[in-house]
Design a protein around this ligand. Sequence first.
Ligand SMILES: C[S@@+](CC[C@H](N)C(=O)[O-])C[C@H]1O[C@@H](n2cnc3c(N)ncnc32)[C@H](O)[C@@H]1O
Length: 279
Amino acid sequence: MLNAQKSLVDKEFVFTQQNFDQVVKLINDLSGICLTERKVDMVYSRLARRIRLHGLNDFDSYLAFVSDNQEEQVNFINSLTTNLTHFFRENHHFEYLKNTYFPEMFKNNQRKIRFWSAGCSTGEEPYTLAMLWHKLQDKPKYADFKILATDLDTNVLDSCRQGIYSDDKLKPVGSEYRGFFKHTSVCKPDEKQINPKLQEIIFFKQLNLMDEWPISGPLDLVICRNVLIYFDKPTQKRLVERFTELIRPGGCLMLGHSENLSADKAALKAIGKTIYRKE
Ligand SMILES: C[S@@+](CC[C@H](N)C(=O)[O-])C[C@H]1O[C@@H](n2cnc3c(N)ncnc32)[C@H](O)[C@@H]1O
C-alpha cells in the first residue's frame, strides 16, 4: 500500500495517492472510465497542464476546483480520454460492410440505412464509413444513408467537424480514397481537409454513453470499437445490451479487437472477428 501523503511522482507538483484516487473516482463518476495505477504518469502530465493554466499551486486545489465546476469538468474529461484512432482501423470490418452487408441491404431494397459510430474520437472511423459509401458501386438511387457519430470528448468533436488531418494521419488511406482529401486555405502545409460532401451524411454529436441516448432505432449498425475497454465489466455488459435493443433484427454490432461480448449471447450471433448480428 502506498503512503497516501507521499508524492507518486518526483515532479513540479506533489501528486499523492489520495489525489490519484480522487481523480479515479471523479472520472469514473463523470464518464464510466476506469483508470488503473498504470495511468499515474499520464494523469499527472495531463492534469498538470490544467493546474498551470489556472495558475494553481497543487493537485489539492485543482481537485477542489474541478469537483464543483462543471465547465472545468469538461476540460478534465477531455484531458483524460484516450483518443487513439486511425482511418481504416481494423479494416476487416470495412471489408465486411463493402462485400457483404451493404450488398445484402441493397438486395433487400432497403431504403433507410442508419449507422452509429459510438466513441468516434477525431472522426477517422465515421469518415472511413462515409468514404466507403461514396465509393460503393451500384448503389440504388433511393438509398438514404446517414451516420450518427458521437463522443464524450468535446475537443475531438471539434476536430471531426473541421475534418483536417495531417499527411501522417492519411497514411492508411488507400489511393482510391485519397481524392477525398485536398489541401485547402485553412490547412497547414502538411495537412489536408476532407471533402465536405462526406460531412453531409454524418451528424456529429456530443454524447456520454453513461447517459440517456436521444437516439431512435432501429439501427443497421452500431460500431463501438476500442471504447468498452475503458469501462468495467458490468458497464460493458449494460452498454452491449442497450446497443442490442437499438439494433434492428439482422442488424450488426462491431466491437474493437480486444473487446469480448459480455451480454445476452442469445440475442447476438458472432459471424466474424468482433462482428455480431442480431438474431
Ligand atoms: C480509443 S478511442 C476509439 C476511437 C474509434 N472508435 C476507434 O476504434 O478507432 C475511444 C473514444 O471513446 C470516447 N469515450 C470514452 N468514454 C466515453 C463515454 N462515456 N461516452 C462516450 N464516449 C466515450 C473517448 O473520448 C475516445 O474518443
